[in-house]
Design a protein around this ligand. Structure first.
Ligand code: ZN
Length: 274
């Protein structure tokens, strides 16, 4: 039995309100035993925590998405810091820069992003980073803050879509790569070429559900059970067995987020052996 971690999805979204229990059960049946549900602001962070409290294997990231960057004032940052101390919180995220949607001006996004990088280093959590149409600035910010904060600043570039030069810099800065549904799209030959050359101890898998469904389910609601399609494609790209890719990416997720899913995986192995 595989044991996979969906390192980035959004269980708080209204698309899951009616059937969250069966969505998670379907995922567990195909071997997805860990889930990291990422927030976009305080309200979704609280909703994530509520879900993580009741659903086994669910962990959460709390933070302000670049589309909510303008709402991160001193009070909100204090609240975020206290939520970060909750036991099911394993990361600060998703945070970053989005110069495509540009819901807030670049300097507002950057202020919010940097404040949360500092918070993450302070509380000892990794960051989950969203970046769109902003690679040049993103790399500058990460370079600067990695220099200031050292290895306390660590995390993942979620939905990684950069070219090889960007990938090399991201790897040199000590960050991980989040790979999801877009890897399966026929036109993404370029992304598969880059992913083939990523350091394999730095790759984690994700669905970003309910968004970005993998190829066979495009146009429909994405869900964590579809993670298996990403892993199968990754296995093809790396020319490795699916089981090996599953083990490797789960180990990577455990290393980055400090997940305690070994117990879950062991219980499953026992179950399938008996
Ligand atoms: Zn996301």
């Amino acid at each position: 039995m595989l044991s996979l971690v969906d390192t980035h999805l959004h269980l708080f979204e209204p698309q899951f309100r009616g059937d969250l229990g069966s969505v998670l059960d379907r995922a567990r049946r195909v071997g997805v035993t860990g889930f990291i549900t990422a927030a976009v602001d305080l309200e979704t962070a609280r909703e994530n925590l509520r879900i993580a409290d009741t659903e086994p294997g669910v962990y959460t990231a709390v933070g302000f998405h670049p589309s909510a960057a303008g709402w991160l004032d001193t009070g909100a940052l204090g609240t975020l810091a206290s939520l970060a101390g909750e036991p099911r919180v394993v990361a600060i995220g998703e945070i970053g820069l989005d110069f495509y949607r540009m819901d807030f001006p670049p300097e507002v996004q950057e202020r919010s992003f940097v404040a949360q990088l500092e918070l993450a280093a302070e509380v000892g959590l990794p960051v989950v980073i969203h970046t769109r149409d902003a690679w040049a600035r993103m790399l500058e910010v990460l370079r600067t803050w990695r220099r200031r904060l050292g290895p306390r600043l660590r995390g993942v570039l979620h939905a990684f879509s950069g070219d090889l030069a960007i990938a090399e810099e991201v790897a040199a800065l000590g960050f991980y790569f989040g790979i999801g549904g877009p890897l399966t799209y026929p036109k993404n030959e370029g992304l598969r070429g880059v992913v083939a050359r990523l350091p394999r101890d730095r790759v984690v898998v994700e669905t970003d559900a309910p968004y970005l469904p993998p190829q066979p389910w495009r146009g429909r609601r994405n869900e964590p059970a579809f993670l298996i399609e990403v892993v199968k494609t990754l296995a093809r790209v790396w020319a490795e067995p699916v089981e090996a890719v599953a083990r490797r990416t789960t180990d990577n997720a455990r290393d980055l987020f400090g997940l305690d899913i070994g117990a879950v995986a062991a219980a499953r192995a026992e179950e399938s052996a008996s």
